[in-house]
Design a protein around this ligand. Structure first.
Ligand code: URA
Length: 245
């Protein structure tokens, strides 16, 4: 998809070093079709603790209002504001993170801090400017001190994400990080076991790809190369799902 020089520029933006052996033959661009088929894993039905909202939201405005007014868990007492999600409501891609951090709680938008900047670069690396995807989190409110979400908070909040998925009907979902992956797949498996496979989510069997959280990649840049593989895999999956090559 990307011509070599452009792809290389993106890799540089991601901070991924290109190791080229001396006297190596010219680099071969791997087209999505050449990427080996991966295991198809069907995600189990959402965890039984998830309670669906009494009336599924019929439109984005209603859903946004419900989220803004939510008092279903104690996070409503400590949040500055809810963080609904951002992006195109006709996007093919739904990117799902964990929960708002301090910057997101202040600004009301997901992934606006340093991790967000890296996420933007990761998306751009596969040809997707931030505004062309939809970005949301498992939790709509910030856990104090950025602690991990509690199971009961996830249980109360996940129906909002499910409603977003029902309205958006994404062609592909990209879960960034362990918390998003485990909660979407209702599993305790570590991220390493969840990456590199094609999962399916919900009744629509939406393709779901798992990769590292950008905040983790900021701490562990040596794993950026593996994230790049995940992104290429997700892009190839998406292209297949829309009938491309
Ligand atoms: N980390 C997340 O998982 N989500 C955000 O919105 C910001 C940081």
């Amino acid at each position: 998809m990307q011509p070599g020089p452009l792809r290389n520029a993106y890799l540089e933006a991601l901070g991924i070093d290109r190791w080229v052996a001396r006297n190596s033959p010219p680099e071969v661009q791997v087209e999505p079709a050449a990427i080996p088929a991966r295991l198809e894993v069907r995600a189990p039905a959402p965890a039984p603790i998830v309670r669906l909202p009494a009336t599924p939201a019929a439109d984005w405005g209603t859903l946004r209002e419900r989220v803004a007014a939510c008092t279903a868990c104690d996070l409503c007492k400590t949040r500055t504001q809810t963080v609904f999600g951002v992006g195109s409501t006709s996007a093919d891609w739904l990117v799902i993170g964990e929960a708002p951090g301090a910057d997101e709680d202040r600004q009301g938008e997901p992934f606006v801090g340093r991790a967000g900047q890296l996420l933007n670069a990761m998306l751009l690396a596969i040809g997707l400017p931030r505004e062309t995807v939809f970005i949301a989190n498992i939790l709509k409110c910030r856990p104090p001190g950025n602690r991990d979400p509690k199971p009961e908070e996830v249980a109360r909040c996940l129906p909002y994400l499910q409603a977003q998925i029902a309205l958006l009907k994404p062609k592909i979902m990209l879960a960034v990080g362990r918390i998003a992956a485990q909660n979407l797949l209702a599993t305790d498996l570590p991220l390493a076991r969840l990456r590199g496979k094609l999962h399916r989510f919900g009744e629509a069997d939406t393709p779901l790809v798992i990769t590292y959280h950008p905040a983790y990649l900021l701490r562990t840049p040596s794993d950026k190369r593996k994230a790049w593989e995940d992104l290429k895999f997700a892009r190839a999956t998406w292209q297949k799902s829309i009938g491309g090559n």
